[in-house]
Design a protein around this ligand. Structure first.
Ligand code: SF4
Length: 283
């Protein structure tokens, strides 16, 4: 231990959710066998983990590149894909290694069923997010996606509709949106489709973060649930820092003897949190 004698504890409930573990296990298995594997989009919203897998042969491609690929294996990550992707794969003789998370697949199915039943659909989710694109794709692009209630202020909405949520949204915000829409006079069939891997952490993190002088929240900048969980930490411990890699740590952030808690998103690898712990302990 260094001069600062920081006491560092990692939240044991932080780190990969089962959907991400499943996708990464699947990728590593094929990488070990074939030496390379294409993956449609970042396998996980964590640059450090993506780099680790790239070093094993993972090749990240965008949708435009998929159209030019033939006779290869392509991994679909936990966020899932729209039907269009499956169609292109079939046409191009691409073998899809489908690591769509079962929770996302179930939500895709529910949205498709609503759509087939001619319901008007609203999705509370981030514009352009891979999961949201896959969800909207179940409705032929008809579902209205919004990430902020203000976007609906001037929208011409039907008097009744079915509301869904991206799996990694904040529970509080979802229920706020639902109540607001009801108070505006709409008949809302609301489905809380937030993944329990996220909402349970939402509930458990406050009790963890209050025990420390400072919290290092480790997450990639693109992670949706990272943003949500960081806000939860900050609300209950104002001395929370958002850190994506060791290089963003600075000794001047700490005082000797500080008790530090480390927490992370569902896309944050445990090895990265352990590296950060070791770095802090060396101060
Ligand atoms: S957060 Fe939930 S829905 Fe998303 S990948 Fe993890 S387990 Fe699946």
């Amino acid at each position: 231990m260094g001069n600062y004698q920081l006491q560092v504890t990692i939240d044991q409930d932080s780190g990969f959710c089962f959907g991400v573990v499943y996708a990464i296990d699947m990728a590593e298995e094929i990488l070990a066998e074939d030496g390379y594997l294409y993956c449609l989009g970042d396998i996980v919203h964590n640059d450090e983990e993506v780099e680790r897998l790239k070093a094993q042969g993972l090749r990240i491609i965008e949708h435009a590149e998929l159209a030019n690929l033939r006779n290869e294996k392509v991994l679909i990550r936990a966020h899932g894909e729209a039907p269009e992707t499956y169609k292109i794969a079939l046409e191009n003789n691409i073998t899809l290694i489908d690591a769509s998370c079962p929770v996302v697949l179930k939500l895709q199915n529910r949205i498709k069923t609503s759509y087939d039943n001619k319901e008007q659909i609203l999705i509370f989710g981030k514009h352009g997010h891979a999961e949201v694109v896959g969800l909207q794709g179940q409705t032929n692009g008809d579902a209205l996606v919004f990430q902020d209630i203000a976007e609906l202020d001037d929208a011409d909405l039907p008097s009744r509709f079915t509301l869904y949520s991206q799996t990694t949204k904040s529970m509080d915000k979802f229920y706020h949106v639902k109540d607001e829409l009801i108070s505006r006079g709409y008949e809302v069939k609301a489905n809380d489709t937030i993944c329990r891997q996220v909402s349970n952490r939402d509930k458990d993190l406050p009790a963890f973060v209050v025990n420390f002088n400072k919290i290092i929240f480790v997450s990639g900048k693109k992670s949706s649930n990272g943003k949500v969980l960081y806000e939860v930490c900050r609300k209950h411990n104002p001395n929370t820092y958002f850190v994506s890699s060791i290089s963003e740590l600075d000794k001047s952030m700490f005082n000797p003897g500080d008790k530090i808690g480390i927490a992370g998103a569902t896309s944050t690898p445990m090895w990265l949190m352990q590296q950060i712990k070791a770095e802090l302990e060396s101060y």
